[in-house]
Design a protein around this ligand. Structure first.
Ligand code: ADE
Length: 231
């Protein structure tokens, strides 16, 4: 509605050259599966590429997509997503556009295998477009969310009512003490990160405050484990 982005979808088979509208063929060197043909991809890409384009080839063999990559891609003028099916796209497609001076990346959305890159392209398109100024209603919410600058998982959120099915909202959030709330949120973010994504904590330097809160969490965890072993 605001013309902030424009998305086009293209059917690869429109660029097939034979009567069967074939887009794949058997792999050189043998092996299972089919490989997508370079002629077809070349014709399809030539039709949409221009000097501002960057080519993204979706493949489980690519660099893993993350928030940093989303931020980088959100500054680009034009992205072309090439969604591979079968055993992937003939590698000369990547080589050719690279040699023609285009930025070409192979990107994976995670360590699992999809039937094709289409869903991966949608995931990336959504993560990227919401970072474009004007797309999101409240730009502040980008700063606070998981995987934003500080690299932690976001703290848990609560809204009204203050008690639901016997479960109360943490007292501190009702206190109006903003310093305390900020500290509690940092602690919860650290706890979640330690429990669910220890890899994010592994290679980063912590502030004094963060180290202290993590120690506090360790003590609490040990106490809970001891309690559990009594029960
Ligand atoms: N195609 C198949 N699996 C994929 C993945 N994990 N990421 C991107 N493209 C894919």
């Amino acid at each position: 509605d605001k013309s902030l982005i424009e998305i086009g979808v293209h059917d690869l088979r429109d660029h097939a050259t034979n009567v069967h509208r074939q887009v794949d063929d058997t792999p050189y060197g043998g092996g299972a599966g089919m490989v997508m043909m370079p002629e077809v991809w070349g014709k399809a890409i030539d039709q949409v590429i221009d000097k501002n384009s960057e080519l993204i080839i979706l493949t489980p063999a690519g660099k893993k997509f993350d928030q940093r990559m989303a931020e980088e891609l959100s500054t680009k003028e034009h992205l072309i997503f090439a969604c591979g099916r079968y055993e992937g796209i003939d590698d000369r497609v990547r080589q050719y556009y690279q040699s023609e001076g285009f930025k070409v990346r192979e990107v994976s959305i995670g360590d699992y295998v999809l039937n094709g890159g289409e869903v991966a392209a949608i995931v990336i398109a959504e993560a990227v477009t919401r970072l474009i100024p004007g797309v999101l209603g409240n730009p502040e919410s980008i700063v606070d969310e998981s995987h934003a600058e500080d690299g932690y998982i976001e703290y848990p959120a609560f809204t009204k009512p203050a008690e639901w099915r016997g479960i109360k909202v943490p007292e501190v959030l009702l206190s109006g003490n903003h310093a305390k709330i900020k500290q509690w949120r940092l602690k919860m973010a650290l706890q979640r990160t330690r429990d669910q994504r220890p890899d994010l904590l592994a290679d980063r330097s912590l502030s004094k405050e963060e180290s202290r809160l993590l120690q506090e969490l360790d003590v609490e965890l040990k106490a809970k484990q001891e309690q559990d072993s009594y029960n």
